[in-house]
Write a protein that binds this ligand. Structure first.
Ligand SMILES: [Zn+2]
Length: 252
């Protein structure tokens, strides 16, 4: 009997403890109670097969694509246009919608010179973990800015920071875009304090047919990139490569 009472008391105690724990769990602060959702991200090999995300093109033609991110910007865009014109080279500019509105003349000049304009979001938002609604607003905002100002449509989207989560890629796809990143060996990190000599060497050492090279015509001091660019363009031409837009590079 005594033993019985003891075990009943024990059960009651366990019951109370369970209730107390459940009540405590319901009051846990946000970081514990909210599920932090990590966006799914298929790997490169998955996306490359679908053709929905592009790192580089096939190497069967002697084509290479120079791309310039984060403009239009008075710090880099006018000089980039001069250099490209001097060599008869074409390139793709992944422009930020808000900067297109800020520098409409530069955005128009890029389109009028025959270069391709790609979408680089409205505000250069890092979209890793963003909702589809936010991703859509960023892409559509830039698309509208580029259409309004430069009068051209866009079919290529480069997400800031190169993130290609499933929501980013699928939203871009629904809006009619192909996601364009860049060749792993063709990121000379020109946005850091890298010298012109190093930028040039990094690009030219691994330049080959089908590569997509990333440089920046906006977003900071572009002096070193601008010093390197004439030699990069000349060096690519010397290697027998033709500088084309990304759409031309991908066209079959
Ligand atoms: Zn960028």
């Amino acid at each position: 009997m005594k033993h019985n009472l003891g075990s009943r008391a024990a059960f009651a105690l366990i019951g109370l403890l369970t209730l107390a724990l459940a009540a405590g769990a319901a009051r846990l602060p946000a970081p514990f109670s909210a599920v932090v959702k990590t966006p799914t991200q298929h790997d490169r090999w998955y996306w490359e097969k679908t053709g929905q995300v592009v790192w580089e093109a096939s190497a069967d033609r002697p084509f290479v694509a120079l791309t310039f991110d984060d403009g239009p910007d008075p710090a880099g865009t006018p000089r980039v246009l001069e250099i490209l014109a001097a060599y008869g080279a074409r390139a793709t500019f992944f422009q930020i919608g808000s900067k297109v509105r800020q520098h409409p003349q530069l955005a128009r000049q890029v389109a009028e010179a025959g270069h391709e304009i790609g979408n680089h979001t409205l505000s250069h938002a890092y979209l890793w973990g963003a909702t589809e609604l936010r991703i859509r607003r960023e892409i559509e905002g830039a698309r509208e800015a580029i259409e309004d100002v430069a009068g051209v449509g866009t079919t290529l989207f480069r997400p800031p920071g190169g993130s290609y989560t499933d929501p980013i890629v699928r939203t871009a796809e629904r809006l009619g875009y192909t996601v364009v990143l860049w060749s792993w060996t063709e990121d000379p990190r020109d946005w850091t304090t890298t010298s012109a000599e190093v930028i040039k060497k990094r690009v030219l050492d691994s330049a080959a047919p089908g590569k997509i090279i990333v440089l920046h015509d906006g977003g900071g001091d572009r002096t070193q990139m601008l010093r390197a660019l004439p030699e990069i363009v000349a060096g690519l031409i010397d290697k027998g490569l033709r500088l084309v837009t990304v759409s031309e590079l991908l066209r079959r």
